[in-house]
Design a protein around this ligand. Structure first.
Ligand SMILES: C[S@@+](CC[C@H](N)C(=O)[O-])C[C@H]1O[C@@H](n2cnc3c(N)ncnc32)[C@H](O)[C@@H]1O
Length: 220
């Protein structure tokens, strides 16, 4: 059953508060395997130009995408809804080649605080899966809006649809919620909003027994 706007607001608060509480616990548990890192590198390789502008959408502490993209030469912006995650990213993501910290922005995937066509790439690892699924089309429309023509998106989605809550996620003392469509729905909707899926991979999750689908798509 799709969520009502009130459910969606409550879920967003639950996710934000959960990550505010669990940011350090999540960072300690998050281990990026080489397969996922290779996909972040693949995203970078597909993008044209030097110093491409890439947003890490739902960046967390920035270790999984912001840092490797920065190391590869991208001009990275980190966006997250959780203040604690952004604080952690400001502590742990390295400096740009010019010696500046990367811009970190508090914002929501459903209403990105960016102008249209400003990014050459978007990397959204394990973030849309926390947004109420009734709002996933809005998130994908937002991704299309802020991506310049020919830009690329790397997105993690569920292999199958699922919605639920863990009242004590990672034994960290806070609840967490997930809500997502299956990968076929996401592929079709990406197509509807102006992306073409060029590649897809399935990778297991080091935090559980889940498998996740990674979609690499290009903006028309
Ligand atoms: C599972 S963590 C992944 C973090 C990072 N991308 C990684 O792969 O390590 C999900 C992140 O998405 C953020 N997030 C969840 N819902 C969001 C929303 N509606 N808008 C922006 N960020 C959101 C969370 O705060 C959290 O930092």
């Amino acid at each position: 059953m799709d969520s009502t706007p009130d459910d969606a607001t409550a879920q967003r608060r639950r996710v934000r508060e959960g990550y505010d509480e669990l940011a350090r616990t999540y960072a300690a548990e998050r281990e990026q395997d080489s397969e996922e890192l290779a996909l972040v590198e693949e995203l970078y390789a597909r993008i044209d130009g030097t110093r491409p502008r890439v947003v890490d959408a739902g960046c967390g502490d920035g270790g999984a995408a912001s840092q490797p993209l920065l190391d590869l030469g991208a001009a990275v912006v980190g966006l997250d809804v959780s203040r604690s995650q952004l604080e952690l990213a400001s502590e742990t993501v390295g400096r740009t080649v010019e010696g500046n910290a990367i811009p970190l922005v508090q914002g929501d995937l459903t209403s990105l605080p960016f102008e249209a066509d400003v990014f050459d790439g978007i990397c959204a690892l394990h973030s849309i899966i926390h947004v109420p699924k009734a709002e996933h089309e809005t998130v994908l429309e937002e991704f299309a809006r802020v991506t310049a023509a020919g830009g690329w998106l790397l997105l993690t989605v569920g292999t199958g649809a699922w919605e639920g809550e863990n009242p004590d996620w990672l034994d960290g003392g806070a609840a967490m919620r997930w809500s997502f469509h299956d990968a076929a729905w996401t592929r079709e909707t990406l197509d509807d909003v102006g992306f073409t899926v060029a590649d897809a991979w399935t990778i297991g999750d080091e935090l559980g027994s889940e498998e996740w689908r990674y979609l690499l798509a290009q903006r028309a």
